[in-house]
Write a protein that binds this ligand. Structure first.
Ligand SMILES: O=P(O)(O)OC[C@H]1O[C@@H](O)[C@H](O)[C@@H](O)[C@@H]1O
Length: 297
């Protein structure tokens, strides 16, 4: 009989469970609780001790393995947004793959580290003809750190776009401030990626919003005022941020988001998208990393 993950990584505070067809990794340490799924290598929940969840997952999310779970931190890779060829999935294919757990352990600091991975196979090569391995290192402590490592195992250089498509749980997205995006070139996806005016003032979310901020490398902060907290996003090797909330009309087109649920989240995504693409030379690796932490207002 095959060894289960629970047998392989037997340690208090790291529990492997299932919900329908989806495998979950439940972490509980002195700093926080977190839930990760092997479906798409996505973190679904991060609750620092004494605080509310930073992440939002839809009440109508689908757990039968047929599609990515709506919420948490889906990984868009090897492309962000629509595919260049018709018939291929938006935001790439790794969010629909079942990832492998390579490591799961507590560190001497009391934090927990889980390493997940996925790699090219016959099906991915049909969609994207490049041999790759993708690793996600999840570190659960007082903050949540996600490090995505893209390895190009082929003999040719390849271009990728990517994003950690994070759904943050917020008390009220209407009029919410998102700091750190001012001064960046900004494209409006709601009007065919039209270049929008560079904003000199702090971005205020007025759903619907679907905006890409290019050449944006600095820290971004979500002012979740009604929860009396600020969610801080520190980024490494990320040139782009994306802000998305469908608002009351567009949300109706999403079967796995309830009509009122746009009031509960804001996606603030970190990555390298559109013209901020990454060229990965043959056999090279690229690392994208984010750290999410909560500060009182
Ligand atoms: O429904 P999906 O494929 O998860 O995408 C959700 C949204 O993801 C955002 O990143 C895009 O900017 C939006 O245009 C898109 O609607």
């Amino acid at each position: 009989m095959a060894t289960t993950y629970q047998e392989q990584f037997s340690v208090d505070g790291i529990q492997f469970t299932t919900r329908e067809a989806v495998e979950l990794i439940e972490i509980d340490n002195q700093f926080a609780k977190a839930t990760i799924t092997t479906m798409g290598g996505s973190v679904l929940s991060f609750i620092p001790k004494g605080q509310k969840d930073l992440l939002w997952v839809s009440d109508s999310a689908i757990y039968d393995g047929s599609k990515p779970i709506r919420g948490g931190v889906p990984i868009c890779w090897p492309w962000f947004g629509g595919a260049k060829q018709p018939g291929l999935p938006a935001h790439g294919f790794v969010r629909s793959m079942v990832w492998t757990v390579e490591k799961a352990a507590h560190l001497d600091t009391g934090e927990t580290r889980v390493l997940l991975a996925c790699e090219s196979n016959e099906k991915t090569l049909e969609q994207w003809p490049h041999v790759f391995k993708l690793k996600l290192c999840v570190e659960v402590g007082a903050s949540l750190t996600l490090t995505l490592i893209s390895a190009n195992l082929s003999d040719e250089s390849v271009d990728i776009t990517e994003a950690l498509h994070t759904y943050f749980s917020v008390a009220n997205p209407i009029g919410m401030q998102i700091k750190g995006l001012e001064q960046s070139t900004h494209l409006d996806k709601l009007v065919d990626n039209a270049p929008a005016e560079i904003q000199t003032d702090v971005v205020v979310l007025n759903p619907p919003k679907d905006s890409v901020y290019l050449n944006q490398t600095g820290t971004v902060s979500i002012v979740d005022a009604d929860n009396e907290r600020q969610i801080v996003i520190h980024k490494r090797n990320s040139q782009s941020s994306v802000v998305w909330n469908p608002g009351p009309e567009i949300v109706k087109g999403f079967a796995d988001i309830d009509d009122q649920a746009w009031l509960d989240f804001a996606c603030v995504e970190s990555g390298n998208v559109l013209e901020d693409f990454i060229t990965l030379p043959a056999k090279a690796e690229h690392m994208l990393s984010v750290q999410y932490l909560v500060k009182p207002l």
